[in-house]
Design a protein around this ligand. Sequence first.
Ligand code: ADP
Ligand code: MG
Length: 200
Amino acid sequence: MVAEWLLECSREFAARVDELDELDQILGDGDHGTNMCRGFAAAETLELGPTMHASDALRHVGMALVQNVGGASGPLFGTFFLRVGANWDPSLSTAGLARAVREGVSGVQARGKAEAGDKTMVDALLAAAESLEASAAAGEEPAVALEKSAEGAEAGRDATVEMVAKRGRAALKADVSVGVVDPGAVSMALILRTAVRHIG
Ligand code: ADP
Ligand code: MG
């Protein structure tokens, strides 16, 4: 399950490398697509055998991202996978997914200090976590909850267009940041969208 999710992420980032580099060219140093592509290509070579637990597989992916994405975003994407893996609930309940994703977001925020509205991947992530929590409270099935959380992440991503950048390299270009979507939020929404097809 994790290996197939990973493979689809890797294919998506390979197809969108230029688009993400161009967004980061406006807001940062132009390497975000290249960074994500390199990280997921490295993660793809991991041997995640069929007997490996999902929580361990997710942690391996996290380590590969920390080691290979580089930049500011590598440790942040890596932390997300590490924390989701460490808090994984093998029953795959909606409440378990909500807890794991919330822990993932908390890890990213503890590390990068970004709050809602700072124009980062956190804006996509927080929307996904809140959506999963609402689904858990409403007793929705995991498949429905994951679909809604991907929609939430995409809405969070789109909301970054109007935000002023306050974190990372983009903060140095805060004056030109309004009107441009945050590339890290695009990547995080993509990761959560692909999860819908593989997790569960
Ligand atoms: P770098 O900024 O080192 O070149 P990337 O270009 O790969 O790294 O990633 C840029 C993305 O990282 C941004 O679009 C943003 O979403 C995310 N980011 C940067 N700093 C932070 C932070 N402190 N917290 C959360 N996300 C961040
Ligand atoms: Mg960059």
